[in-house]
Design a protein around this ligand. Structure first.
Ligand SMILES: [Zn+2]
Length: 167
């Protein structure tokens, strides 16, 4: 190989390394999410402006509201519970139940509306779940729920917006 050809080869390799195909892949989704959900990405300042301080703490920084503080604990109307950050429907009222925990609880989410991840904030691993559209934190899911799923989606009421069914 001549010196000139060697330089050409190195140049070609260098270019290949900079091609878009070599870019690192985007983070993998945490769950099988609905393909019709367009992600909502806002800056921290935009979220602060859009949310109340309590909503901001829970949705954007995985805060937890005081148990028993949510009016949704006693909400009995038919309707949909949507994300307070972006209004994506997350739960239906018929899947809500009284868990006795002081937080609104559901046994079944609307399919594809939630993503999950494991957190270790309390040492023992817990499954955190969040809105599939804006990634706003909603709560944690446990395995001590009622039939048919056996799951307990323990949700911060402040992270939800209730949309009553038109009667
Ligand atoms: Zn959302």
């Amino acid at each position: 190989m001549t010196r000139r050809n060697l330089f050409s080869l190195l140049a070609a390799v260098g270019l290949a390394g900079k091609s878009p195909a070599a870019a690192p892949p985007a983070a993998a989704p945490t769950a099988a999410l609905r393909s019709d959900i367009v992600p909502l990405r806002l800056s921290d300042a935009q979220w602060r402006e859009r949310l109340t301080p309590q909503q901001y703490s829970v949705l954007r920084h995985e805060g937890t509201e005081r148990p028993g503080s949510s009016p949704f604990n006693v909400e009995k109307r038919k309707g949909v519970y949507a994300c307070a950050g972006c209004e994506l429907p997350l739960f239906q009222s018929q899947h809500k139940y009284e868990s006795g925990t002081g937080w609104p609880s559901f046994h079944t989410p609307i399919e594809g509306s939630l993503g999950t991840k494991t957190d270790f904030k309390l040492l023992l691993p817990r499954t955190e779940y969040h809105c599939a559209r804006c990634e706003g934190h909603q709560g944690h899911v446990f395995d001590d729920g009622p039939a048919p799923t056996g799951k307990r989606y323990c949700n911060n009421g402040v992270a939800l917006k209730f949309l009553p069914e038109a009667s």
